[in-house]
Design a protein around this ligand. Structure first.
Ligand code: NAD
Ligand code: AHE
Ligand code: ZN
Length: 375
């Protein structure tokens, strides 16, 4: 297949909110600096649903969504040195080139090398897509497009992992779990003894709880409007549960009272701008830090009284938990293999690519954390 166009099945999002359609898609060979990957397993993340909904200003249609996956390198383009056919890999929507201003800064995991292309659904080389259906181009998504049996990614956007790792599990290390763990370990740098509040107990919020427990947090308060979430959340380290629906006061006041003045760290893992405000305002005066993890729709804005910041609260955000993708995803895989982090526990459903619309429906059900599709 090397050097040839591959025709394979992919789930195409033709239009916002219209069911995805399994199509025969032509996948062009990788060009210089590109890698063609056979995707074996992909999970769905809330961000896929967000872009599909049409609320993502970077959402382009028709496209192939998907960014939490694992597979095997099929072929590589000219000049690719770090992976070769047969390598087991995890695509990384947050690239790491190790050469750009961002990578060299040591201050961020964001990478500037291919971001301009991935934001407009094409590859960097020729600003074109490698996907087409009978000659009609189909856009890439997040530089990953994993809802396809084959995809083409930039070489800076692929992490080579231990071939012994089960791909049907470690696909989750492409997004949600690292995001939550890293928000705690890299972005907030939670210290032992801290009081932590987690808003939203989906996969990302539960991974925050897991990370906070590992960091030695003394209290981990989980906040969700779905009380059924608490039972599961306990297994990930949540020690107390608050449902905003059980209170008639603003949730930030409830939390400030529960914690003698506020929490040390809070994390918004929903994508709701009014919850982002509450998450900031439930922080302790003088030092409380709030991390925005959730992705909010186009046009949404955050607000608070500047006095909240003047009096020492800190507002931060995180992308992929601040992890440097190519360097640290393999390390996360190793941690999973050593049973130092959970992954299996976040997988509540297993379906096939052909059942992807059912998988999107499941995301709106309380009982679903991650659904892994065999591709
Ligand atoms: P999810 O839908 O599984 O979880 C969201 C949880 O929030 C659910 O349990 C839901 O009941 C709860 N919730 C909804 N409204 C609420 C409210 N008003 N108050 C309290 N709880 C509420 O989603 P997920 O896959 O865990 O992703 C969470 C968010 O993180 C999404 O916005 C996603 O786009 C974003 N995300 C960001 C990054 C990043 O790098 N920054 C990475 C992955 C995901
Ligand atoms: N196109 C979206 C951006 C959404 C966003 O913030 N994405 C996160 C990852 S979410 C993974 O589930 C991210 O990494 N952002 C940094 C980046 O470079 O995109 C919008 O709303 O405009
Ligand atoms: Zn994601």
């Amino acid at each position: 297949t090397q050097g040839q166009v591959i025709t394979c099945k992919a789930a195409v999002a033709w239009e916002a909110n219209k069911p995805l359609v399994i199509e025969d898609v032509q996948v062009a060979p990788p060009q210089a600096g590109e890698v063609r990957v056979k995707i074996l397993f992909t999970a769905l993340c809330h961000t896929d649903a967000y872009t599909w909904s049409g609320k993502d200003p970077e959402g382009l249609f028709p496209c192939i969504l998907g960014h939490e996956a694992a597979g095997i390198v099929e072929s590589v383009g000219e000049g690719v040195t770090e992976v070769q056919p047969g390598d087991h890999v995890i695509p990384c929507y947050q690239a790491e080139c190790r050469e750009c201003k961002f990578c060299k800064s040591g201050k961020t995991n964001l990478c500037g090398k291919v971001r301009a292309a991935t934001g407009v659904g094409v590859m960097m080389n020729d600003k074109k897509s490698r996907f087409s259906i009978n000659g009609k181009p189909i856009y890439h998504f997040m530089g990953t497009s994993t809802f396809s049996q084959y995809t083409v990614v930039h070489d800076v956007s692929v992490a080579k992992i231990d071939p012994k790792a089960p791909l049907d599990k470690v696909c989750l290390l492409g997004c949600g779990v690292p995001t939550g763990l890293g928000a705690v370990w890299n972005t907030a740098k939670v210290e032992a003894g801290s009081i932590v509040a987690v808003f939203g107990l989906g996969t990302v919020g539960l991974a925050v709880a897991e990370g906070a427990k590992a960091a030695g947090a003394s209290r981990i308060i989980g906040i969700d409007i779905d009380s059924k979430k608490f039972d599961t959340a306990k297994n990930f380290g949540v020690t107390e549960f608050v449902n905003p629906k059980d209170h008639d006061r603003p949730i930030q006041q409830v939390l400030v009272d529960l914690t003698d003045g506020g929490v040390d760290y809070s994390f918004e893992c929903i994508g709701n701008v009014s919850v982002m405000r509450a998450a900031l305002e439930c922080c302790h005066k003088g030092w409380g830090t709030s991390v925005i993890v959730g992705v909010a729709a186009s046009g949404q804005e955050i607000s608070t009284r500047p006095f909240q910041l003047v009096t020492g609260r800190v507002w931060k955000g995180t992308a992929f938990g601040g992890f440097k993708s190519r360097s640290q995803v393999p390390w996360l895989v190793d941690k999973y293999m050593k049973k130092e982090i959970k992954v299996d526990e976040y997988i509540t459903h297993n379906l096939t690519l052909g059942e992807i619309n059912k998988a999107f429906d499941l995301m709106h059900e309380g009982g679903c954390l991650r659904c892994v599709l065999s591709v």
